[in-house]
Design a protein around this ligand. Structure first.
Ligand code: PCA
Length: 341
């Protein structure tokens, strides 16, 4: 037991009894300070994707960086695969303080603010370099929107380019009619509709099961997610469409952030900047590795045929117009700034 500032006995970590009375201001300060350092903060960090996915591995390194950098005063513990909160629950959980920090695909929240969908405009930014530039143009606005939602933005990492998965060869949009299509955000659902498919929103963590049970027969995603979910067990074709590179962003509940002292905040910022850069490199490294993995699993992996490219461009043009008209001046300004880079 120890003594708190009122002179009453409180338990300490050693379970010892300290009969020192905190009578002088200095002693009180020392006792309070001692209590503050002894009371390490632990942050649970929900993640939606597989533990072996590069986003999750990157987040685990970020968590360790913070834990080590603060000498354990702030310990971050990651919870991958939607084990703490599912992907579609994470943002709300962090906003309301049920979780102090989390990672989420913000483009799935386009219904809250259309600008969250800026990374999922078809064929606008289709390479890692373009993805970085588009985010450079968008990040200040996204940070402001998150701030208005009680969230502090930390870092963001792109997924590899998005391609189409099927269980048969597909040469054009005409070949897709009526297929059940797994979506993960507004853009993927809209794309399915425009291509004559039937969208159903499913978490990546539940993708294998959805394919196994026939709830979904097709989807758009990275080679990474197909690889993570071993989709070669159910599907045969991956077309490298390079439609866009959506992002996962990491953010903190603002009250949890404000409760950290400046030194801890500085450590978190430093680790976040490192995670931003290292995550990008991991995404690049994971791209070819996972495409090779799909092929090794028995899938045909390659570019789409000319007719499919043409059909997808038409769908993309419609979606771009729709996004720009609902995103207004702010959306247009981001796209213009990106195009000017
Ligand atoms: N994987 C995630 C989002 C984008 C991606 O490549 C998913 O399919 O849920």
């Amino acid at each position: 037991m120890g003594i708190n500032r009122n002179g009453t006995e409180v338990p300490n970590l050693q379970g010892e009894t300290t009969m020192r009375l905190a009578t002088t201001p200095l002693a009180i300060a020392a006792t309070v300070l001692g209590a503050a350092t002894a009371q390490a903060e632990k942050w649970d960090m929900p993640l939606a994707y597989a533990a072996t996915n590069f986003h999750s591995e990157n987040a685990a390194v970020f968590a360790e960086c913070v834990t080590n950098g603060t000498e354990g005063a702030l310990e971050i513990v990651t919870h991958p695969s939607g084990s703490l909160f599912k992907g579609n629950e994470i943002k709300r959980a962090v906003q309301t303080g049920q979780a102090p920090i989390g990672e989420r695909l913000l483009s799935a929240h386009q219904n809250e603010n259309i600008l969250f969908g800026v990374d999922s405009i078809p064929f606008l930014a289709t390479s890692f370099d373009d993805s970085v530039m588009l985010w450079q143009a968008a990040q200040p606005t996204i940070e402001r929107i998150l701030d208005e939602q009680n969230l502090v933005y930390l870092y963001s990492v792109p997924w590899p380019p998005q391609g189409l998965y099927f269980k048969q060869p597909v040469d054009s949009v005409a070949d897709m009619q009526g297929i059940k299509f797994r979506s993960y955000n507004n853009a993927t659902a809209r794309m399915a509709e425009l291509m004559g498919m039937l969208p159903v929103q499913i978490e990546a963590a539940e993708l294998s099961q959805a394919l196994a049970t026939g709830v979904a027969e097709s989807f758009i995603s990275s080679g990474a997610t197909g690889y993570d979910r071993k989709v070669w067990e159910h599907l045969t074709h991956f077309y490298e469409v390079d439609a866009w590179l959506p992002r996962n962003s990491v953010f903190v509940n603002k009250d949890a952030w404000n409760a950290l002292d400046e030194a801890a905040q500085a450590v978190v910022r430093e680790c976040a900047d490192a995670a931003d850069a290292e995550g990008l490199q991991r995404a690049k490294d994971y791209t070819q590795f996972t495409l090779d993995g799909l092929a090794e699993g028995g899938m045909e992996v390659g570019p789409p045929g000319d007719q499919l490219v043409e059909d997808l461009r038409a769908v993309g043009a419609t979606m771009t117009e729709e996004w720009l008209s609902s995103a207004g001046d702010e959306g247009r300004a981001i796209v213009d700034a990106f195009n000017a880079l």
